[in-house]
Ligand binder design. Structure first.
Ligand code: ZN
Length: 240
């Protein structure tokens, strides 16, 4: 196949550019940040769920605590009222007995409320401590996500720029190569999995290393400067 020295040089340059673009694309797709960001986001969702549960537990415990505090206040007021009444009915035996009985009932309930207050107050403290841990974990995960996104963007921007430059260079080089030759190159690129060119290296393909039988070799040499590798179908440069 005919090709001028200049075209052979252009093909080599084109292949270098295309391989660079393919490499940058692959690196972009394989940036480790993507997976790490997804994993971090899954963790954030889990911790948020946990945070909501713990908040609900805290709300319940605080509501119980408030109810007990109110009851305690009511009982104290009742206690004082009864004590005042006892002062008033000093001589009246029956009334004293009735009021004393009521006062004992209040005292019993006060004791119970006091125990419950201690228990619920301890529970509120425990849940608050858990919530603090969950909040801290969430804040750390958010920082991690932010860092990952920033480094993903930094690495991604560089690679995108390389891809863009390579594509521009491809267009400029392709314009200088004749269409038929370019079509051959594209096909060889497809067959060759991203490597379009091979050089005849003695009796072997310089790229796939297949040995070429003597009959084919004669034909390939006759097609210099450009033929095809019978094995890998790449465009084969035959240097004279
Ligand atoms: Zn080959």
């Amino acid at each position: 196949m005919y090709a001028s020295d200049e075209e052979i040089t252009l093909l080599k340059q084109l292949e270098t550019v295309d391989r660079g673009v393919a490499k940058a694309r692959k690196q972009f797709d394989e940036l480790p940040h993507r997976q790490a960001i997804l994993t971090t986001r899954t963790k954030i969702a889990d911790v948020k769920k946990k945070q909501a549960q713990v908040r609900e537990m805290l709300n319940d415990a605080e509501a119980s605590l408030n109810a007990l505090v109110s009851e305690d206040e009511r009982l104290n007021a009742k206690q004082h009222a009864i004590e005042e009444k006892l002062q008033e009915v000093k001589g009246d035996y029956r009334s004293v007995e009735a009021q004393t009985k009521e006062l004992n009932g209040v005292a019993k309930r006060q004791e119970k409320v006091s125990v419950e207050l201690e228990e619920v107050s301890a529970q509120v403290s425990r849940v608050q401590a858990v919530l603090k841990q969950v909040d801290e974990a969430l804040s750390q995960l958010h920082s991690k996500e932010k860092e990952l996104i920033e480094s993903f963007q930094a690495a991604g921007t560089k690679l995108q720029a390389a891809i863009h430059e390579g594509e521009k260079a491809h267009v400029q080089l392709a314009e200088k190569i004749n269409r038929d030759l370019l079509r051959e190159y594209d096909e060889a690129m497809r067959h060759g999995g991203g490597v379009a060119l091979a050089v005849l290296d003695g009796t072997h393909c310089g790229t796939c290393r297949s040995a070429i039988d003597p009959g084919r070799l004669v034909k390939i040499r006759s097609e210099a400067p450009l033929s095809h590798c019978p094995s890998c179908k790449r465009l084969m440069i035959v240097e004279s």
